[in-house]
Design a protein around this ligand. Structure first.
Ligand code: OAD
Length: 253
């Protein structure tokens, strides 16, 4: 839907009245920046079994293999830029009295686009965590030992959530609270297959939010959405931001 297309009345009404907006994002928002998603054709999980790369057991079995895989993904980040989808979401933050961006992504592109009110459900690949003392540090340039060690002697690992691990409690609590209270909720670029993130839009909808999904491919969430935009996020989200800005006329209401 472009800026000049007529938006459904329900969307216009919801965007005009909205006091609490939540945006949930997944790997699809970063696809147009050149980062591959996890599922689907050419997705990361097609070539790499998550059980060999994204579990605590995999790290225990072969820490160097897991470390090198994340280092390979880290090395791509300085080569990519936030895309118009990230930038539009950063703009939405300033258009509502209350706003929370909940991301499953670990790539830091939302922050680079200017988003500030956000929680990361799956950690951030730009940080390391000591597997022994849990101290957090910024990931630095590669050193001799793979993986490098913490001052305490423990092996460093990326500060991301692996399968079988709990999500960061505070981030999850904020995400639940904001989603349940939201009156407008956008689910952008996520397959909606991974819990608990996949339940956030459902909770929002059950509590009366107007639910918008942005995904070029059909997902289970499309059926319960009030508006499903089957377009790439880099196209849909700038149009959404443009329309919201027009409808709200610069007022936070
Ligand atoms: P997925 O790879 O499961 O899904 C990405 C979604 O983005 C798919 O539904 C695509 O159709 C959609 N997509 C692709 N290009 C798009 C575009 N340009 N604009 C909008 N949508 C687009 O990624 P997530 O849903 O983020 O967890 O996956 C959730 C979690 O599963 C990830 O955080 C990761 C993974 O295993 C961990 O590693 C813990």
């Amino acid at each position: 839907m472009s800026g000049t297309t007529r938006w459904p009345d329900g969307f216009s009404e919801a965007a005009r009245r909205c006091r609490r907006c939540v945006v949930l994002t997944g790997a699809g928002i970063s696809a147009e920046s050149g980062l591959v998603t996890f599922r689907g054709m050419q997705g990361l999980w097609e070539d790499f079994n998550p059980l060999d790369y994204a579990t605590p057991e995999a790290f225990e079995r072969d820490p160097a293999k897991v470390w090198n895989w994340y280092q390979w993904r880290r090395d791509k980040l300085p080569l990519v830029e936030p895309n118009p989808g990230h930038l539009a979401i950063a703009e939405l933050e300033g258009l509502f009295p209350e706003f929370l961006l909940v991301t499953q992504n670990v790539d830091g592109l939302h922050q680079r686009a200017g988003s500030r009110r956000l929680v990361e459900l799956h950690g951030n690949i730009g940080r390391n965590k000591c597997s022994l003392c849990s101290a957090l540090t910024q990931a630095g340039p590669a050193t001799g030992e793979v993986p490098p060690r913490c001052g305490c002697g423990g092996l460093l690992r990326p500060d991301v959530v692996w399968f079988g691990e709990a999500l960061p409690q505070e981030a999850m609590a904020s995400a639940w609270e904001a989603s349940r209270a939201a009156d407008l909720f956008f689910s952008v670029g996520t397959s909606g297959l991974v819990q608990p993130a996949a339940s956030l839009p459902v909770a929002a909808k059950q509590n009366g939010a107007y639910l918008v999904e942005v995904n070029p491919e059909p997902t289970p969430l499309a059926q319960m959405s009030d508006l499903a935009l089957a377009e790439p996020a880099g196209q849909a989200m700038p149009a959404v931001a443009w329309e919201v800005r027009r409808l709200r006329n610069g007022k936070l209401l």
